[in-house]
Design a protein around this ligand. Structure first.
Ligand code: NDP
Ligand code: X2W
Length: 344
């Protein structure tokens, strides 16, 4: 059995990793780390885990020691030195944050106000969206797990962009996320009374996932992509729905577009291209590693409308991280991830 440690296990994405690893057939939880709760059991922080995972929280160094795989689920800007230690210790390192996602150091610096300190390390990092970059992930030792919104957008657009069905300029992304996307820390915007029964966009056309989205879409299109990305805070706990608008080129019909999507995702176990007439709904992917994609055509404007739904903490974070571990280490991609979304 692989020994897997989680650094930042007390955060929302970290505790989702614990939940998934607990039933993984080829990995065991080795150690869990925290700064604020060191010495306590994870089940004291999250009582849902009582009797299932009563592991004591330890320091970062103790978590790395003896691990085969280390997941870091920390705020941006903290992962470089941890990655270095893991590689030196011979462990696979998977970062759930943003520190190894952007290829261009200047872009990272301008959006995250921090420099890449260790360029050699970044040279080894793989941006790991399995459905798009599976071959690069196989055998990788340092993985940058994609952001939640960028995952939903890239999966939603990849077949159309790669197949030249749409242009890469003037893409409009209207995305909504549940409040767990903001993490466990308290803030006024995610405070119950502030977000319940309210609904609004935030960081309009200036969210830090914009360059990550454009990076992937540019690779897919083979030319620079430009997006208008507007995220919204949805007053639910979990789930992301991205509704994406793109001008169709060449007049493909909806059944033809859908067939391209089905072909593209033929060997992708976690992407479900919905039948014509159905609409993706975050309810159907909650607590699962699935991405549901529905396709629609606005005959009036000739726009393709793609609706892509994921669970932000599973396919958007912990589930995708475990999928990446499986691929990197040559395990079955679906190991530990075939849990069924609750129907209601
Ligand atoms: N939530 C989501 O849906 C998604 C999150 N992510 C990314 O995953 C990462 C974690 O996010 P999330 O779980 O939501 O965040 P949380 O705020 O819920 O958790 C943050 C974790 O980081 C630890 N931490 C905070 N500050 C420090 C510090 N200075 N040094 C060491 N540890 C620290 C906390 O540990 P403690 O307080 O116990 O010391 C806690 O375990 C982020 O990079 C986020 O962007 C990515 C995709 C989706
Ligand atoms: C609802 C909500 O606030 N969502 C978060 C999601 C970002 C996130 O998790 O981003 P990184 O993984 O790139 O840090 C946000 O918009 O900042």
């Amino acid at each position: 059995m692989l020994k897997a440690s989680v650094i930042g296990a007390t955060g929302y994405a970290g505790v989702e990793l614990c939940r998934i690893l607990l039933t993984h057939p080829q990995a065991n939880i080795h150690r869990l780390s925290s700064v604020s709760f060191t010495g306590k059991a994870i089940s004291e922080v999250y009582p849902a885990l009582r009797g299932l995972c009563d592991e004591r929280l330890v320091s970062e160094d103790e978590a790395i020691d003896g691990a085969d795989v280390v997941f870091a689920s920390l705020p941006a800007g903290l992962s470089e030195p941890i990655a270095r230690k893991c590689l030196q210790a011979g462990a696979l390192f998977i970062d759930l944050g943003a520190d190894f996602r952007l290829h261009d150091p200047d872009t990272y610096e301008s959006w995250y106000q921090k420099k890449y300190e260790d360029p050699e390390l970044h040279g080894q990092a793989v941006y790991a969206l399995p459905e798009l970059f599976r071959e690069e992930i196989e055998g990788a030792r340092l993985i940058g797990n994609p952001g939640c919104y960028p995952t939903s957008v890239a999966l939603g657009l990849a077949p159309a962009l790669k197949g030249g069905l749409i242009g890469s300029e003037d893409l409009i992304i209207d995305a909504k996320s549940g409040a767990t996307g903001a993490g466990r820390g308290l803030s006024q915007t995610t405070h119950f009374c502030e977000c319940n029964e309210g609904f609004a966009p935030y960081k309009v056309a200036c969210h830090r996932h914009t360059p990550e989205i454009e990076q992937t879409l540019s690779i897919l299109a083979g030319e620079p992509a430009a997006v208008t990305f507007v995220p919204h805070l949805l007053p639910v706990s979990r789930g992301i729905v991205s509704t994406i608008y793109a001008k169709l080129k060449g007049g493909a019909s909806l059944p033809e577009v859908r067939q391209r999507y089905l072909d593209f995702y033929e060997s992708a176990p976690f992407v479900r291209v919905l039948p014509e007439g159905e609409v993706s709904n975050l309810r159907n992917v909650r607590c699962s590693n699935y991405c549901d994609i529905s396709l629609h055509l606005d005959a009036h404007t000739g726009r393709l409308i793609v609706v892509s739904a994921i669970d932000n903490m599973v396919k958007g974070a912990a589930g995708q991280a475990v999928q990446n571990m499986n691929i990197a280490l040559g395990l079955d991609e679906t190991a530990g991830l075939l849990f069924v979304p609750p129907a209601i």
